[in-house]
Design a protein around this ligand. Structure first.
Ligand code: HQG
Length: 179
């Protein structure tokens, strides 16, 4: 059961953030998919899911990656998209320091160019060093960068907080980064 949920969760990350066309799913401009359509398209791939399966994935997902609308007829990823979607995130004043976890091999380039959003829609930052370390470890030997979010906010950079508490910003210039 757990294995199936993990598989479905990964498939949902793929189609709700990166490639809806992989299963012929449509997202609206705010990133929402119809839940009934998601279920039928997932099942066309040889799976056997129902509403309860999707509900369990949403509830038990370790990072709360997905969210329903109020009546649970629509679903979307709360952040992490590579396709262009308007999440209507609210600008929020950040804490003084945020953290970005990356891999050791990227540090030289980051200290030259600053942090870029790469394939995603934002640079992702974390409130906790522990979270940043886990994010960095996905790419290799983790390094935690300290981001002077207070100075960035004072300089006019806009920060957003996703529904699942990931801090998002368009870029981080070098002068706000310390290793
Ligand atoms: C790096 C996961 C060289 C950046 C996590 C990162 C996160 C540069 C990689 C979310 C660079 C992009 C996002 C530069 C940035 N030179 N490397 N100038 N600027 N980079 O996966 O932040 O599990 O797109 O440091 O928890 O690792 O998917 O971003 O290493 O919240 O829900 O380029 O993904 O969430 O990698 O992770 P990613 P990320 P989920």
């Amino acid at each position: 059961m757990e294995k199936q949920l993990k598989h479905i969760s990964k498939l949902m990350s793929l189609v709700l953030r990166h490639k809806p066309e992989a299963i012929g799913l449509q997202l609206n401009e705010n990133g929402w998919a119809n839940v009934a359509e998601l279920i039928s398209k997932i099942n066309e791939q040889g799976n056997n899911v129902n509403f309860d399966t999707i509900n369990t994935v949403v509830d038990t997902n370790d990072k709360k990656r997905f969210a329903f609308n109020e009546d649970k007829t629509m679903i979307r990823a709360s952040q992490g998209h590579s396709i262009e979607v308007e999440l209507n995130l609210k600008a929020v004043t950040p804490p003084d320091i945020l953290y970005h976890g990356t891999a050791e091999r990227f540090v030289e380039s980051i200290l030259k160019e600053g942090l870029n959003k790469q394939q995603r829609q934002h640079v992702h930052l974390s409130l906790l060093q522990e979270t940043a370390k886990a994010v960095g470890a996905r790419h290799g030997k983790p390094v935690i960068l300290h981001i002077n979010a207070k100075a960035m906010a004072e300089a006019g950079f806009v920060f957003y907080l996703s529904d699942n508490n990931v801090w998002l910003v368009n870029s981080v210039p070098v002068e706000y980064i310390t290793v």
